[in-house]
Design a protein around this ligand. Structure first.
Ligand code: 26V
Length: 790
């Protein structure tokens, strides 16, 4: 497609789809017109992919996920179709700037963090590889809340991405499923029949996901909840307007909002309904498609692979059995075996508070037949494994982890370390019973978005030296390694980083009003705010550094900009205290004339996918400092390494594998190992001893306690300090000195730009393994048993 052709298509959509004349067109109008024009280009490969899948009678993969953290789609689509240059030219001629038009698209923030973003990277990789499949999720009207700071305190406001029409999706009013809740279960001619008391409609909305170079496109199908009947006309005519809309209100509530808490697995009726709603709608859709091609349910595991993204869709096990047994009349054990051979399950966290458990009483009320089926699943399991101490039903709860494990033929962790811990901790008993079931699939990230899209400078440099093949074969980055000896390459590499940093400095000045020196080290920690991720370890080190700098301002310090980004769950009090502390510390340090440009702290509000795309390519140092054993994998860590930021990190999650790949000498390691953490906690005085041994840590804690950062209000962080001094489960204190010392090694390395840049370039050259294409190939081979169709 030429620029002229694209321009014509944009103008046609501007007139015919938007009803606007170019003379009055806004950025929004142009963005929508370009979106529709680009979407037009996706249709042919999309249809072709479907045709090929049917023609090959291929197995299909269905990725069921409560969350898809997509971000913006226009740039991805334009890049994957090779239309970037063309679109730029087409818009230039119309007097619009492509960058500005791309930035006009609201982020689709249908996820909390790593789990949802991984699902989005997987969709891109499945389409790039030609793995036939679909993503299934919920079309939340409101995604993750918008974050702002008032006096440093996090404020949440509803996010409203659907206020403007979503240009990428196709509503499918004909693809609706009726989803029931509650009601009764009765036996009829030897079969159990569930008669739900309430029901809603699940309506499909499809977004095509185009792969690299437009060779394949899969579908993301998101379900929106709608009432069975628009409203109660009789009640309305009686003048009962509220009552007339009751059904509609109930239905729409189900897909109204994403739960913003990614730690609290506590039972919330609406969340259980959300989980059943999208899982049941997806399964019916899957079975309808399967039965349109095959008439033998025995073939199900050969033709269908369903991946459960954590336990959120775990009700798929009982629901599939219900359909096969209650509706199709298969023997229970047979139905259970077919379901298991079709399902597989990924665990994304070991945090006990995040493991889902539903009160049996709630399950009995909302999904009475499913609770009965779960009891029979447990019975069947115990009949086969009479010695096993494992129970699905325990303490009045349904344990969704155990249910998912028992109902899956493969269970996987998301990094080597995490998978080992899955085997030795949460699922130790089940692993003993089924030693072949747990496999590892280390996470990855899509190079299309996280290198090609986010870092055009680096991408151009890479392509210039090794050709364009790396974009869908990321291990080709290894070919950069010899170039590290070439001064010309290293100068270009440094220049690309400097360019990105200059852009980011301008953006920081724009959005926060803080002037940062682009030559300073950009030290970045961006992720959800969690105690285990230890943003407070970072801010304590910042305070200690500031105190040292003030005591001796001319000691040859390496200038740093500490950058934070991330949201706290609205109900997570401690995480919100950490946010306020970072903002308080930033205010004081940024105003200090003694330290000036030596140290700045910036925390732009409302971190999201688009902000990550700005920050990561401009980073020098990547903070991956979780308490060892707590971060299942991390995926931000991979994005940083690829973009030439060096990691300071613990031996946690995929950090371990990143370090193995980039080389220990190109990675700043500190802190206790997972085993050492567990051992250290045995000593109830571990934190007190660490504080006593570290005057610097004691000084930083004292700085907070005496109100230096809180206008003299010593009480503001009393609870946080009491926890660190009295308990410190996340071993901030015990790891502090190791972290501090490691940071000084970071300073020394940064002070030698040639050395630093070489380490950075080696990180890029050696991180190709962390492509989500590699991860998806792993799932295809070890879990889904499917081969690509391109
Ligand atoms: C749990 C719950 C509990 C119920 C309420 C809503 C909700 C939402 C999410 C979660 C689980 C979050 C787990 C998660 O995001 N894990 C992250 O997964 C990433 C991808 O595998 C991984 O890189 C991160 O290390 C891991 O923390």
């Amino acid at each position: 497609m030429t620029a002229q052709e694209l321009q014509k298509a944009v103008l046609r959509h501007l007139e015919l789809s938007l009803g606007k004349d170019l003379a009055h067109a806004t950025v929004y109008d142009i963005r929508m017109s370009l979106t529709l024009a680009v979407r037009d280009q996706v249709i042919a490969p999309w249809f072709e992919s479907t045709r090929k899948t049917y023609a090959a009678q291929s197995k299909r993969v269905y990725y069921l996920s409560m969350e898809f953290l997509i971000g913006r789609l226009l740039e991805d689509a334009v890049n994957n179709l090779g239309l970037k240059q063309t679109a730029q030219e087409a818009l230039d001629a119309l007097g619009f700037d492509l960058t500005q038009v791309i930035a006009d698209e609201p982020d689709a923030a249908l996820g909390n963090g790593g789990l949802g973003r991984l699902a989005a990277c997987f969709l891109d990789s499945m389409s790039t590889i030609g793995c036939p499949g679909m993503g299934y999720g919920i079309r939340y009207e409101h995604g993750l809340f918008r974050q702002s700071f008032h006096d440093g305190v996090q404020i949440e406001e509803p996010e409203d991405w659907l206020r403007q029409p979503h240009g990428w999706e196709f509503a499918r009013p004909e693809a609706v499923e009726r989803i029931g809740f509650g009601g009764t279960v009765e036996a009829h001619d030897g079969r159990m029949r569930w008669s739900p008391a309430d029901a809603v409609l699940a309506k499909a909305h499809d977004t095509p996901i185009i792969g690299w170079q437009g060779q394949w496109a899969n579908t993301l199908r998101l379900w929106g909840a709608e009432p069975i009947q628009a409203f109660d006309l009789e009640a309305f005519n009686r003048g009962d307007f509220v009552g007339a809309a009751e059904q509609e209100a109930f239905a729409r509530t189900i897909s109204r909002v994403l739960y913003p808490d990614d730690t609290n697995g506590e039972g919330k009726e609406l969340r259980l309904k959300q989980e059943y709603f999208f899982t049941a709608a997806s399964l019916r859709d899957i079975l309808r498609r399967f039965l349109s091609e095959h008439d033998d349910l025995e073939l199900l595991p050969q033709k269908v692979a369903i991946q459960l993204n954590d336990t959120h869709p775990a009700i798929a096990g009982p629901e599939l059995i219900r359909i096969l047994h209650d509706e199709h009349g298969l023997e229970f054990d047979h139905a259970m075996a077919l379901a298991r051979n079709t399902l597989s399950f990924t665990n994304h966290t070991l945090l006990p508070e995040a493991l889902e458990r539903w009160p049996q009483a709630l399950m009995a009320r909302v999904l009475p037949r499913h609770l009965q089926i779960i009891a029979r699943i447990e019975e069947a399991f115990l009949a086969a494994q009479p010695e096993s101490p494992v129970r699905i039903l325990e303490d009045g709860d349904v344990r969704m982890g155990e249910l998912s494990f028992i109902m899956a033929h493969r269970v996987n962790g998301v990094s080597a370390l995490h998978t080992g811990l899955v085997k030795s901790t949460v699922f130790a008993q089940l692993h003993r019973t089924f030693p072949d079931r747990i496999v590892n699939q280390t996470n990855g990230v899509t190079p299309r978005r996280w290198v090609l899209g986010a870092n055009p400078r680096l991408s151009a440099l890479i392509t210039d030296r090794i050709g364009p093949g790396w974009v869908d074969d990321l291990e080709q980055l290894g070919a950069l390694e010899p170039h590290v000896e070439d001064a010309g390459f290293m100068a270009d590499y440094a220049a690309s980083k400097a360019g990105n940093k200059a852009d980011l400095a301008a953006w920081i000045a724009d959005t926060t009003g803080i002037a940062v020196d682009p030559a300073a080290m950009f030290d970045v920690q961006i992720k959800r705010i969690h105690e285990y991720k230890r943003q407070h370890l970072n801010i304590l080190e910042t305070i200690a550094l500031w105190q040292d700098m003030r005591a001796n301002p001319r000691a040859g310090w390496v200038p740093r900009v500490k950058i934070f980004g991330g949201k706290a769950a609205p109900g997570y009090v401690r995480a919100k205290e950490i946010i306020r502390l970072i903002n308080d510390v930033a205010r004081v340090i940024n105003a200090d004339p003694v330290t000036g440009d030596l140290l700045k702290v910036v925390y732009p509000a409302n971190y999201n996918v688009s902000m990550a795309e700005k920050l990561i390519p401009a980073s020098d140092l990547s903070e991956q400092i979780s308490t060892a054993g707590k971060e299942a994998s991390g995926t931000g860590n991979m994005k940083f390494a690829l973009n030439g930021a060096l990691t300071i990190g613990t031996l946690d999650g995929a950090n371990v594998e990143i370090r193995e790949h980039v080389g220990a000498e190109n990675f700043f390691l500190f802190g206790m190992t997972a085993e050492e953490v567990v051992a250290r906690r045995e000593d109830p005085q571990h934190q007190a001893k660490a504080i006593a041994a570290s005057p610097r840590l004691a000084g930083a804690l004292k700085g907070i306690a005496d109100g230096t950062f809180s206008d003299g209000d010593g009480a503001r962080y009393a609870a946080l300090l009491a926890d660190l001094r009295g308990h410190d489960y996340f071993t901030i204190c015990a790891d502090f000195d190791s972290y501090w010392n490691c940071q000084r090694q970071v300073d020394a390395a940064f002070a030698d730009p040639a050395r630093w840049m070489r380490m950075a370039a080696l990180n890029t050259a050696r991180s190709g393994w962390f492509s989500s294409d590699r991860t998806i190939r792993g799932y295809m081979a070890d879990v889904w048993d499917i081969t690509p169709l391109i």
